[in-house]
Design a binder for this molecule. Structure first.
Ligand code: ADP
Ligand code: ZN
Length: 673
């Protein structure tokens, strides 16, 4: 073939751009005489090492000195050009480098090629599939109509808890599989949604795969390859599953779309999988279904202006009534953590052999320790925040004081280290303390039983689920009714369906409200409504008690009547007044450094540079809510930009030399402090 068109090999050399995972650039240009295409996996030299990379452009016309040669082609069409466009979009929207996006897009070391294994699930059981209700049919038909048209479309499936959303997903997915398509279902956290997973595997058996946090790195890679090779048709995963290479994808379902775990908090590219899902669907001309009982304000707004189509499931299946919700004003309770009403409700549950879920968004025994003599509060030496007291669970384990921000730990001490005159007092209550109080309540009950009373309560928070599989164990015990009370943090608010739960108690609703954040009310409404929705899912009606010091706050009042549209209307007034999303776009720049002075100087410098960008409002630099974490000072600058703002205007921030100060850019931040 040499010289076929009258060229020799020297002349058909081509320049290509290659993106390399885990680098701080978009791509590097290389030379090659191979026939390469966009999406190919290649091996390239980089700083005396060989690296895997993905071809992102061919036939590049660019004169560059010292261009290196591609070493070899590893795999053709490793990633589809469409998926690559998505990765590129993510990098530009979230003001990051393509190399950083690729790092987060692939499981570790996946580029080194691994054979995949096929995991077998049991055959689908013949299960009773309920006939859809009128409202469910309507939703299913609307979604399938758009799937048949192969067009981009976003639905917001707004249905209260227990209204049959999951059943809608199942029916739609079944039809897609009939037509030879595939479905991606995003869930906030698999270990917290065992029920959803069970229902999907029951119906679709070995076509289903779930990406668990319990998978090893190797299993993760194998699963990735299996999905790429089309082994599975129904893929269920957490936020990172949005990066997966899935062919014939027809639908992306985002269950509990308001959930904050869709947002990446830690890594450089702080994407929101819900929003990326919509962009991916647009690029692939497919359908997205966002499901929630408490949509994020922005999503409901988009449905209101016709960008999304709203599908409503108004009633609970079998017209099961919503639980009755009562508010207890803690100001009237004389400093008690558990009011009389709350106590009575717990007693009734135990006596009637029913179950209860108790929620408190705070771990540990007491959130701070105070000296009654000199007023000293025990604080983290690195963050200056009060240390949380964690009591040892038995004689052997020691009590510790721990910083919930940086994880600093120290042994508990009884006496005030400052004045030495008094024993430190516990202030406030965390789940551990509430557990103790509830155990006392149960102990004092007068009834005949053989079971050890302490085993009637289970605690589910980060402290009790440190080991893998521990959360599943606790939930299973509760499901099998071996315990009557499930007490915990946010973990208990997820979409469980325990039919025997008749009482849900919110120990203190103010823990969420008190964050200095424009989403405080929204978050409070969502969490209260979600956790209240766990009550009365079976035949027996449910009851909810919300304890608070702010009984008049609108998010608490509207969650009492479980009226999302009313809450939305009220919240939108404030958002409009303050020009917060959905009326603007927020971009947060977080800066941190050990040297306070250097940090503020750099922050002011950046503030100035931002001033050159027209059309945006810049606030700050301000101290972050957690001003000092692990000896690092933290400040932030908030940008309010118009909806159509071009994010590439901020890319220069990634390139400027900062006196070693760490800079993070958070587009559409969840926490604004
Ligand atoms: P959601 O996802 O909105 O919380 P689910 O889909 O889990 O609601 O439905 C709640 C309960 O009602 C589940 O136990 C489910 O099996 C049952 N269910 C759903 N749709 C129907 C139906 N059409 N007929 C009878 N039962 C149904
Ligand atoms: Zn700390």
């Amino acid at each position: 073939m040499f010289g076929y068109f009258g060229y020799n090999l020297q002349e058909i050399k081509m320049l290509v751009d290659v993106a390399i995972p885990n680098t701080k650039f978009d791509y590097l240009t290389y030379e090659t005489d191979l026939d390469l295409h966009i999406g190919d996996l290649v091996l390239v030299p980089l700083k005396k090492k060989s690296k895997y990379g993905i071809v992102v452009a061919t036939n590049v016309k660019r004169e560059l000195p010292g261009i290196k040669k591609i070493q070899r082609l590893v795999e053709k069409s490793f990633i589809s050009p469409k998926l690559l466009s998505l990765y590129k979009w993510i990098s530009s929207y979230y003001v990051s480098y393509l190399g950083e996006v690729l790092k987060q897009a692939f499981p570790p070391k996946v580029l080194k090629r691994y054979e995949y294994i096929k995991k077998e699930y049991e055959k689908p059981q013949k299960i009773m599939e309920p006939a859809p209700t009128y409202q469910q049919s309507n939703a299913i038909n609307r979604i399938l109509y758009w799937i048949r048209r192969n067009t981009f479309k976003v639905f917001l499936l707004f249905g209260i808890t227990g209204s049959g959303k999951t059943e809608v997903y199942l029916k739609v997915v079944a039809e897609i599989l009939n037509q030879g398509g595939r479905a991606l279902i995003l869930v906030p956290e698999i270990s917290m949604t065992p029920l959803l997973l069970k229902r999907f595997t029951e119906r679709f058996g070995k076509d289903t795969v779930a990406i668990h946090s319990a998978l090893t790195e190797k299993e993760r890679r194998q699963t990735w390859y299996a999905i790429k090779n089309g082994v599975y048709k129904v893929i269920i995963g957490p936020r990172s599953a949005i990066f997966l290479p899935i062919t014939d994808l027809k639908i992306i379902i985002v269950d509990e779309e308001h959930d904050h775990s869709y947002k990446e908090h830690q890594m450089v590219v702080k994407y929101n999988a819900r929003d990326v899902a919509i962009v991916r669907a647009k690029m692939e001309n497919i359908v997205v279904v966002l499901g929630s009982a408490t949509p994020q304000i922005e999503s409901y707004y988009n449905a209101g202006i016709g960008k999304y189509e709203l599908l409503v499931l108004k009633e609970r299946i079998d017209s099961r009534p919503l639980p009755s919700v009562e508010i207890v004003d803690l100001k009237q309770e004389g400093g008690k953590f558990i009011s009389q009403k709350f106590e009575t409700a717990i007693e009734e549950v135990i006596e009637k052999n029913e179950q209860a879920i108790l929620f408190l968004n705070r771990r540990g025994f007491a959130p701070s320790l105070l000296c009654p003599n000199c007023g000293y509060v025990v604080r983290c030496p690195y963050c200056k925040l009060p240390l949380v007291y964690h009591r040892g669970i038995d004689r052997e384990s020691v009590s510790v004081l721990s910083c919930h921000t940086c994880d600093y730990k120290t042994d508990y001490f009884k006496n005030c280290p400052k004045c030495g005159k008094s024993t430190l007092l516990y202030r406030g209550a965390g789940t551990q303390r509430i557990e103790e109080i509830v155990k006392k309540i149960i102990k004092s009950l007068n009834y005949n039983d053989k079971q050890d009373r302490d085993s009637l309560i289970l605690r589910l928070d980060r402290d009790t689920v440190r080991k893998r599989g521990e959360a599943e164990k606790i939930l299973k015990k509760f499901e099998e009714q071996k315990a009557k009370i499930l007490l915990g943090t946010q973990l208990v608010t997820k979409g469980f369906d325990f039919p025997n739960v008749t009482f849900v108690g919110i120990v203190n609703a103010d823990t969420i409200l008190n964050l200095p954040d424009f989403r405080g009310s929204e978050r409070t409404f969502q969490i209260l409504t979600q956790v209240a929705g766990r009550a009365g899912r079976g035949d027996k009606p449910g009851r909810v008690l919300i304890q608070t010091y702010h009984p008049q706050q609108y998010s608490i009042l509207f969650s009492q009547v479980q009226n999302y549209p009313k809450f939305y209307a009220q919240e939108m007034k404030l958002r409009k007044e303050l020009n917060f999303p959905p009326f603007s776009r927020l971009i947060l720049i977080r800066l941190s450094d050990k040297d306070e002075e250097v940090l503020w100087n750099e922050a002011k410098q950046i503030y100035k540079l931002l001033g050159d960008i027209g059309g945006i409002k810049i606030f700050g630099p301000n101290q972050s809510f957690y001003y000092k974490i692990r000896n690092n000072y933290r400040v932030y600058i908030l940008i309010k930009a118009p909806i159509k703002f071009e994010h590439r205007k901020l890319k220069f921030l990634r390139q400027i030399k900062l006196n070693k100060v760490k800079l993070e850019i958070d587009v559409d931040p969840i926490d604004v402090f």
